[in-house]
Design a protein. Structure first.
Length: 199
């Protein structure tokens, strides 16, 4: 009789041990799954945050200062990623027959605040202050470019301190890398700001 009781006790102990071990394995797997979901969520949040820095300029009324900001943002990304395919960002600006770009490859050893104008490096601020006619621009949206017009031509609204830019830049296209989901390129086009005439 005592052997049967001992055998039952051993069997119950083994059974409880197996149950305890199963519960521990289940808890470990559940914890690992939570960590994996947390890591995936964190990674997705980082991608959304990264892309939002560029998507901020995915609008129709960017000023020339907005373009300088997005060009320098892309430049910083390109330098920090060493122009890595899958991370580097290209910015293209159509000025109406004249194309300006920040390529996603290091073709011309560009420096900060430099872009390619006609395939040659040029300082953004030089382009900003150069008369548009010297850049080869005669019309924008069918409106004649004046001799003194620059990409930064502005007026102040009389009823406020708001600066009105004569020329705005519309984001025509934004594309993403299939592999990383990151912004790959943005294309902008110059347009005439009709609000400029109402001041």
């Amino acid at each position: 009789m005592s052997n049967a009781v001992k055998a039952l006790l051993i069997a119950a102990t083994v059974f409880l041990g197996i149950l305890l071990l199963s519960a521990l394995v289940y808890m470990f797997r559940a914890g690992a799954s939570v960590n994996q979901q947390y890591d995936e969520g964190l990674s997705n949040n980082q991608l959304v945050l990264y892309n939002s820095k560029f998507e901020l300029y995915n609008k129709e009324d960017n000023t020339i200062l907005d373009l300088i900001s997005v060009i320098n943002l892309a430049y910083d990304v390109n330098i920090s990623s060493n122009y890595d395919d899958g991370n580097a960002v290209e910015i293209k600006i159509n000025l109406g027959g004249v194309n300006v770009e920040l390529p996603n490859e290091n073709k011309k050893e560009l420096k900060r605040n430099e872009i390619l104008l006609g395939g040659e490096p040029e300082n953004i601020y030089t382009i900003l202050e150069e008369p548009m006619k010297e850049l080869g621009l005669n019309t924008v949206d069918g409106k004649r470019v004046l001799e003194a017009d620059k990409l930064s031509t502005t007026k102040f609204a009389s009823d406020s301190t708001k600066t009105i830019y004569k020329y705005l830049f519309s984001c025509e296209e934004i594309s993403y890398y299939e592999t990383t989901g990151r912004v790959k390129s943005m294309e902008f086009k110059i347009k005439y700001n009709t609000d400029f005439d109402n001041i």
